[in-house]
Design a protein around this ligand. Structure first.
Ligand code: ADP
Ligand code: MG
Length: 418
């Protein structure tokens, strides 16, 4: 039994280790997530290594054919990556084969055939569900092995031996089934994890919504109370006016809270999708112009086109709060500058004002809920902005000099591929 030996297990081991290696690098190295090309390159490298190792330590060397599991990584790459992975793998396979064991025409014919058929099958394969992929990959491997055998017999006087049937026709489909099962399980685990992270982030925002609706209820309760008091017949006009003023003030407070959180809210939360930073900022600035004019403040914007991933609604709310604070920081005339920088990976938005600035203590409390130095402030705007930035994987930085002004710098990952 030369065809069932330790080397089969070794071959399988090389393949499995490289699959784990691939998913490890893919998950933890951000670089590979940026472009499809990098992923394909990683796949080619991670599958070339076990292919070469399988050939270096074959199961059995027959006179006219070397038995090993090289077609397993080759077909896995072909099914998952299509042409762009299959063709480079084909070159690696053939070059390594000929350098180790010399040139043989059957090998070229067989693997070119597998490359063509496998690549044609790849788009279909990728549309299948998890279970279908298991069956389809094993079946396709089996069909290709049979086709390869027929091809080999047709073009040369190839001898089909018992060991050839085991090593080339029976074992590979089982190995492919096994490997695809592991790949799919790993993929599913990664998918569930990334979904869980997203949900967690959305959770933060919905908690925020809950706490803010609670905040709105308080002033409304006060208004209701005073309205009921006003219903009494024996109160003087003066008291009535007093009650009215209190009620109005509380209503203003409720409005301010809504402005800080719900200006852009719609009944159905928008999806997370590509958003055009420049356009969204223009909308916000347009909306704030009257408010700025009222304060005698100019908004000077220097914007450039950029696309990032996020929720447009939240994005607008975030910058509405920041720019509004900038405007409010001016006791007299002045200007708020909104600038944008785009580099390879990030889009940076800088909001600078020439207002009153903050002390060290105020700066330390910036973003804390209900921290406000304004008479009618809510102390919610900055917190909401910060939560939104963090939810969209952004970073922020604030600098402030008392009497000189404040600069808020916000960066988000740029979307490279549309
Ligand atoms: P509010 O605007 O209702 O006071 P915010 O959460 O928006 O609440 O801001 C909290 C506090 O942070 C403000 O009261 C103010 O003291 C300070 N602050 C925020 N932005 C600026 C700024 N651009 N310049 C000066 N102070 C600021
Ligand atoms: Mg504010």
């Amino acid at each position: 039994m030369t065809y069932i030996n330790q080397h089969i297990l070794n071959n399988l081991f090389y393949i499995l280790v490289s699959i784990f290696f691939f998913s490890f690098l893919y998950e933890y190295v951000q670089f590979f997530k940026q472009k499809k090309v990098y992923q394909r390159l990683l796949l080619v490298v991670c599958l070339s290594v076990p292919m070469i190792l399988c050939m270096t330590y074959p199961i059995y060397i027959a006179p006219d054919c070397v038995h090993d599991l090289r077609q397993v990584p080759f077909l896995i790459g072909t099914f998952y990556g299509g042409w762009t992975v299959s063709v480079p793998l084909l070159f690696v396979l053939l070059i390594a084969r000929f350098m180790m064991y010399g040139y043989q025409f059957i090998t070229v014919a067989v693997y070119v055939m597998m490359c063509i058929c496998g690549s044609l099958f790849s788009p279909l394969f990728q549309r299948l569900t998890r279970k279908q992929r298991l069956v389809a990959s094993a079946l396709m491997t089996f069909i290709l092995a049979i086709a390869a055998t027929i091809l080999a017999i047709a073009i040369s006087d190839f001898q089909v031996t018992e060991s050839y049937i085991v090593d080339f026709i029976v074992v590979p489909p089982i190995a492919v089934l096994f490997v695809v099962f592991i790949i799919e399980t790993l993929r599913e685990a990664l998918l569930i994890r990334s979904k869980a992270i997203k949900l967690e982030k959305m959770e933060v925002v919905s908690q925020l919504a809950a706490s803010i609706s609670h905040e709105i209820r308080n002033p409304l309760t006060v208004v209701k109370g005073f309205m009921q008091l006003m219903k009494a017949k024996d109160i003087s006009q003066e008291t009535k006016e007093q009650y009215m003023n209190i009620a109005l003030e509380e209503l203003n407070r409720a409005c301010a809270i809504i402005d800080d959180y719900l200006t852009f809210a719609k009944p159905f939360p928008e999806k997370i999708e590509p958003l055009h930073v420049q356009q969204e900022l223009e909308k916000v600035i347009h909306m704030l112009r009257p408010f700025a004019n009222m304060h005698g403040v100019q908004i000077v914007a220097t914007l450039t086109p950029a696309v990032m991933i996020g929720n447009a609604q939240y994005f607008r709310q975030c910058f509405l709060n920041i720019i509004k604070n900038g405007i409010e920081a001016h006791a007299n005339d002045g200007a708020v500058y909104v600038d944008m920088h785009v580099d390879e990976k990030t889009v940076t938005i800088v909001v600078r004002d020439e207002g009153e600035g903050m002390t060290k203590e105020q700066l330390a409390r910036f973003g804390e809920p209900y921290f406000s130095t304004k008479e009618k402030g809510t102390g919610l705007g900055a917190m909401v902005s910060i939560r939104i930035i963090e939810m969209m994987n952004g970073t922020w930085h604030i600098e402030s000099d008392i009497g000189r002004g404040t600069t808020m710098t916000v960066s988000f990952p740029l979307l490279l591929e549309k």
